[in-house]
Design a protein around this ligand. Structure first.
Ligand code: GCW
Length: 716
């Protein structure tokens, strides 16, 4: 490196936290290391010996060259042989004769095709670093893991590792419509420009796929589960193929949501009955057509007989009949069907949260081997806190696939900060007791506890056309966290936050520690100021932003907040014990008995499972009313403190990002206060008890809160 270049680099490195960034680069900015860091790395990392064979390995090679150039000031020198110290050797035994010649066969055999090992080894007598896999994808994931290590640790220490992803399918689900809108999207329009496609492909498509690959994701469902049949028309298949072409170098196959009635809408059939031969033949032909146009198409995602969507029940057939018919159509091509379990009775009757279990549990063992039943983490609908869905651990003969929501439909959209890794970990590590203690949700779906050949996990994406991809700059961390947990659900929230911060936001240790605490605490704060102690579904109708606990006029009773909180002068909460709806019976006896007794039920689920009087004595010794009020206050206090901490980071974080987050935190404080005041005023009309000391008095009347749609207030 020339002296001048070196000085320039140091200047750049020093200035990097202050340069204005629009957030587009996500965690892949690869800012330059400091002089001493570069010196620490330089000897061990000089040259790259990587085959330029196959699209994925070519991508890996390019990623290494570009990222090392940015981080170290000069790209590694491409070499063909290892005749010096510090060569990074990349490849599979097929693509690299050097890797084939190393004694790695046993290790590679223990890894999946997507797994990799990174090891410091002597190669031809020289100390080298090896990234090896049995498959092309593994080389790519190993490459990104190596670059992550370099960015986070800024050294080559503790580099040795062997990893395979825990789930086979790690997908983003896009609820994107053909008109460019995104259902529950808060970051602009859809990333897919259906009008311009297939002729014009936005460079963002490749950048999106690259970001996904860098965190180990391996597929995208392009269109909304509330699907239009048109997505399956040839015209749209060619557009999807153009997207697939941009994603391919990053190993991201596309999937489509399929509308169950498509044979009628597109094929002119008079029925969509899955047992009708004409219908199954139509789907077979459709699958053949799709695979002709998109040879590596992943398969279908289906929302059937749910919220007005068509499905097999219309014809007196079961969910399994519907799923298996579609599965047979894609099976010859290696495709899968993800059948959603988000169903509830068209006519409300029994407890809303118990209906999916009642509908699906009897079908255990009936689904084809290329079907996954895709189940939301909780039994209701992506609320800020829910207990795990009792189908997990409850369907031992069925391949289950968790569905998480990365977009913050019920957690403040992109206006509010809520880092979701702690919420997802709470779910993934919840103990179902399905096969005794320690039967975590993860263990019930990753193939370790039950015989499950095909595994998967899905996240409803929070990406959109906003320049920074996710609206709220810190919501990028949720995209990142989903990918990392899909790869390894055992990663801690702390580790994930730390990685993301170091790669994206700041290297200042103090600042990083402050941001880490803010991220880690943020979701609990949202629970505190919106739906504490197991309260749920209190949000404003339609858009689901802000409080509307009084709402009781929606089309069906179980869409109303009043259905869920059941507050009156006696008390509050939903009794799901034997005396109530008995939904608790859906859990394993060990889980059930813990939740069934208010004395052992954790506070955070109390009002989810129990109806208790306002003076109910909580574990803290306080009454329920006091405890509830304190939670609301605690949530508001947290946001107030968060704003102060964030403002102390000025100068340590990119100014544009700093200002943008500061602005959103201001809105978050306003709206957290609104949640507290509106809910406490409303619940106070029943409890008729004063607010405890230290809980702020509302600035508006309940009437005013009822009149003003919280989403009409000024946004960022
Ligand atoms: O959470 C609800 C959302 C709907 C969504 C539905 C689902 C795609 O409010 O917008 O529809 O869940 O998951 O199917």
């Amino acid at each position: 490196m020339t002296g001048l270049r070196f000085i320039l680099l140091i200047l750049l490195a020093a200035a990097s936290p202050l340069k204005a960034s629009d957030g587009y680069e996500l965690w892949l900015g690869h800012p330059p290391l400091s002089e001493s860091e570069i010196q620490g790395v330089a000897e061990g990392l000089r040259a790259l010996c990587a085959p330029s064979r196959g699209a994925l390995q070519q991508t890996a090679r390019r990623e290494i060259l570009e990222a090392t150039e940015r981080m170290l000031g000069s790209a590694l020198a491409p070499v063909e042989t290892v005749d010096q110290e510090g060569v990074l050797v990349l490849g599979t035994p097929e693509s690299s004769s050097i890797i084939a010649g190393l004694d790695l066969a046993d290790d590679l055999e223990t890894l999946s095709e997507e797994g990799f090992l990174i090891r410091r080894l002597e190669v031809d007598g020289h100390p080298a670093i090896v990234i090896a896999s049995a498959g092309d994808r593994g080389v790519l994931y190993g490459t990104f893991a190596f670059l992550r290590h370099l960015q986070v640790h800024r050294s080559l220490d503790k580099l040795d590792r062997m990893e395979s992803p825990r789930f086979r399918l790690r997908l983003l689900n896009h609820w994107d419509n053909l008109d460019g809108s995104v259902e529950r999207g808060y970051a602009g329009r859809s990333l897919w420009d259906w009008e311009e496609l297939p002729e014009v492909t936005d460079p963002r498509l490749a950048d999106y796929a690259r970001a996904n690959a860098s965190i180990g994701l391996n597929g995208s469902v392009l269109n909304n589960v509330n699907a239009s049949a048109r997505s399956l028309e040839p015209e749209y298949l060619h557009k999807a193929a153009a997207i697939a072409g941009e994603f391919r170098p990053y190993g991201i196959p596309v999937f489509l949501s399929a509308r169950f009635s498509a044979p009628m809408e597109l094929g002119g059939l008079s029925t969509a009955d899955p047992l009708d031969e004409k219908v199954s033949a139509w789907w077979k032909r459709k699958a053949e057509e799709i695979y002709r146009i998109i040879p590596d198409f992943g398969g279908f995602l289906v929302k059937a007989n749910s919220e007005g969507q068509p499905g097999p029940l219309t014809y007196g057939r079961s969910h399994a009949d519907g799923a298996n018919m579609l599965a047979a159509a894609v099976e010859p091509h290696g495709g899968v069907v993800m059948w959603r379990a988000f169903v509830y009775d068209p006519e409300p009757g029994s407890d809303r949260i118990a209906q999916a279990y009642d509908a699906m549990k009897p079908l255990d063992g009936e689904f084809a081997s290329n079907v996954l039943l895709q189940i939301k983490n909780g039994p209701l609908d992506f609320q800020p806190r829910e207990p795990f869905h009792p189908l997990f651990g409850g369907m031992a003969e069925t391949q289950l696939m968790p569905e998480l929501q990365v977009t913050q439909e019920y957690l403040g959209h992109s206006w509010q900060l809520a880092f979701l890794a702690p919420m997802w970990r709470e779910f993934l590590h919840a103990d179902t007791h399905a096969k005794g203690p320690g039967s975590t949700v993860t263990a019930t779906v990753d193939g370790s506890l039950f015989d499950q050949n095909l595994t998967g996990i899905a996240g409803v994406a929070n990406t959109g056309s906003d320049r920074n991809w996710t609206g709220h700059p810190l919501a990028q961390a949720n995209w990142y966290a989903f990918g990392r947990l899909a790869w390894n659900p055992d990663l801690t929230s702390e580790a994930i936050a730390r990685e993301w911060i170091a790669m994206t936001l700041t290297r200042d240790e103090e600042a990083a520690a402050t941001v880490e605490r803010l991220l880690l605490e943020s979701r609990e704060a949202v629970v505190d100021y919106s739906m504490p102690l197991g309260l749920t579904h209190l949000m404003w109708e339609g858009h689901h932003y802000g409080p509307q606990p009084w709402c009781d006029h929606l089309g069906r009773p179980d869409w109303n907040p009043t259905y869920f909180h059941r507050a009156d002068e006696e008390g509050i909460g939903f009794d799901r014990t034997k005396e109530g709806s008995n939904a608790l019976a859906q859990y394993h006896p060990a889980v059930r008995s813990r939740f069934a007794d208010p004395a052992t039920c954790p506070d955070e689920y109390l009002l989810w499972f129990h109806r208790v009087p306002w003076d109910f004595e909580m574990k803290s010794g306080r009454t329920l009313w006091e405890e509830l009020a304190r939670h609301y206050q605690r949530g508001v206090d947290w946001v107030e403190a968060a704003r102060e901490k964030w403002s102390g980071l000025k100068g340590k974080i990119d100014p544009e990002i700093h200002a943008e987050v500061a602005e959103r935190l201001e809105i978050q404080e306003r709206d957290a206060t609104r949640w507290r005041d509106a809910c406490l005023l409303y619940f106070g009309t029943f409890s008729k008890r004063p607010l405890p000391d230290g809980v702020g008095g509302p600035s508006q009347s309940l009437e005013e809160f009822r009149r003003q749609d919280p989403l009409d207030l000024e946004g960022p």
